[in-house]
Design a protein around this ligand. Structure first.
Ligand code: AMP
Ligand code: GLY
Length: 423
């Protein structure tokens, strides 16, 4: 089978890497660190299956366009992608489907928003309605900061049009969990759960990012928790989409919090998580292409199979991320990191270094040096028989990677490893 992966980040590199176990893979536009990258747009690529990675092309209707041209596509149409494209729409759907979620209000009017905020206490959560690359969520105990954010969002100053409607939510507490389910319109099957680290700083402090690392499996999320997520969240959501006439074929990614009052959905994404994909996909034992092609055709067959191994991924980011990442620095050590046992480097925000700049050979097809070209630059995934080994391997890989200002969180999966070792 020939598969076309759409996107250019670490998630797409992981998709391509795992699909290449059984398929020819082309990635558009990809990046110079991803083998099989092509500048040809998806609409001009010939493939048996198209897998769309990022949310923006999904929200913009790329899946509809490809389906209209007779292509087999894994990824929802623009109708289903509203789940991620509008948090207010998503919250309405969750209420209609009786899926447990944080209480909320959605507002375009400043006075109404501030009045609602005035009724809340303790922990304030402000979200842009529209897409903001994972950065549009503020969680704070400081009322003045929450009010300032509401002003900055609604005026368009903070996130442009994405923030002109805000969702204000009650603050919840508890461990977080990502459950990604593969859907064929009517049925859904969960992939192994993962946990993501959203804040920039160690100890989960500082602004939200797209994600600074992830691990899988998650000790707090046994089979019973995944079953509950499917029964209380994913399946009712899929049924509610069907009732609205939406044939949802793709990943339904539930971002969850395990609160003292039970599990609650914080958000849905309409795609694989990034960096969750970089730990969930390499662990798959069954064939990824079969799974995605089955879902795309509306006929999910066998459930994905996992062993009891583990994976940890650590994001190497640019100095200044998430506010203003510095770019253009030469990256060294990718080859050496890849040569470590159980380590795979996935390339995200990279571009080709200019000739003569002396870069290392990239793991991609182009054999040229790479330089930083975005906030999240590389994902170093370690795999092993257990979380502790996977974590040690990921960080052993990280030690080889360098560029001026490289930023890494050194506490990814630390608590999970500790919880396993202390039982
Ligand atoms: P979201 O993009 O909606 O998943 O939000 C990003 C992050 O903000 C989540 O992973 C949580 O850490 C945090 N968050 C979102 N909603 C809430 C909430 N209602 N209460 C507490 N934290 C939240
Ligand atoms: N890792 C969070 C996301 O993909 O949205």
């Amino acid at each position: 089978m020939r598969v076309c992966v759409v996107g250019s980040g670490g998630r797409e590199h992981a998709l391509a890497h795992v699909l290449a176990r059984s398929c020819d893979v082309v990635v558009t536009p990809g990046n110079p660190g991803i083998p099989g990258s092509t500048p040809a747009p998806a609409t001009e690529v010939d493939a048996d299956l198209f897998v769309i990675g990022p949310e923006v092309p999904l929200v913009d209707g790329l899946a509809d366009k490809l389906r209209a041209a007779g292509r087999l596509v894994f990824g929802p149409g623009a109708d289903g992608a509203r789940l991620e494209g509008s948090k207010a729409w998503m919250k309405d759907l969750l209420l209609a489907a009786e899926v447990p979620t944080a209480g909320h209000g959605s507002f375009t009017d400043l006075d109404e928003a501030l009045r609602f905020l005035g009724t809340m206490s303790d922990l304030f959560v402000i979200k842009t309605d529209g897409l903001a690359a994972g950065k549009g969520v503020l969680v704070t105990e400081d009322r003045a900061e929450a009010e300032d954010a509401v002003r900055a969002y609604l005026s368009g100053e903070a996130f442009g049009d994405a923030g002109r409607r805000v969702v204000i939510e009650e603050g919840l507490t508890g461990p977080e969990l990502s459950v990604l389910a593969v859907c064929d319109g009517r049925h859904a099957m969960p992939l192994a759960p993962a946990q993501d680290f959203k804040r920039i700083g160690e100890g989960d402090v500082g602004p939200n990012t797209g994600g600074m690392g992830a691990y899988s499996p998650v000790p707090v999320a046994g089979a019973d928790v995944v079953d509950e997520v499917m029964e209380r969240a994913v399946l009712p959501t899929l049924a509610a989409l069907q009732r609205r006439g939406i044939d949802y074929r793709g990943v339904l990614y539930a971002g969850l919090m395990l609160t003292p009052q039970g599990l609650k959905v914080l958000e849905y994404n309409v795609r694989f998580g990034d960096p969750e994909a970089q730990v969930v996909l390499p662990r798959l034992r069954s064939d990824l292409a079969d799974l995605l092609a089955g879902a795309a055709a509306g006929a999910l067959a066998a459930a994905p199979e996992y062993g009891d191994d583990a994976a940890v991924t650590v994001v190497c980011a640019s100095e200044g991320y998430p506010a203003s990442p510095r770019t253009g620095d030469l990256i060294t050590g990718i080859e050496t990191a890849n040569a470590e046992a159980g380590v795979t480097v996935f390339c995200a925000g990279v571009s080709s270094a200019p000739p003569g700049s002396g870069g290392v050979v990239s793991p991609g097809q182009n054999n040229q040096g790479l330089e930083t070209a975005g906030g999240r630059v590389l994902n170093i995934t370690g795999q092993g028989p257990d979380l502790a080994t996977a974590r040690d391997r990921a960080y052993a890989g990280v030690t080889h990677i360098d560029w001026p200002g490289r930023y890494v969180r050194f506490d990814i999966a630390a608590k999970a490893v500790e919880s396993v070792s202390t039982g």
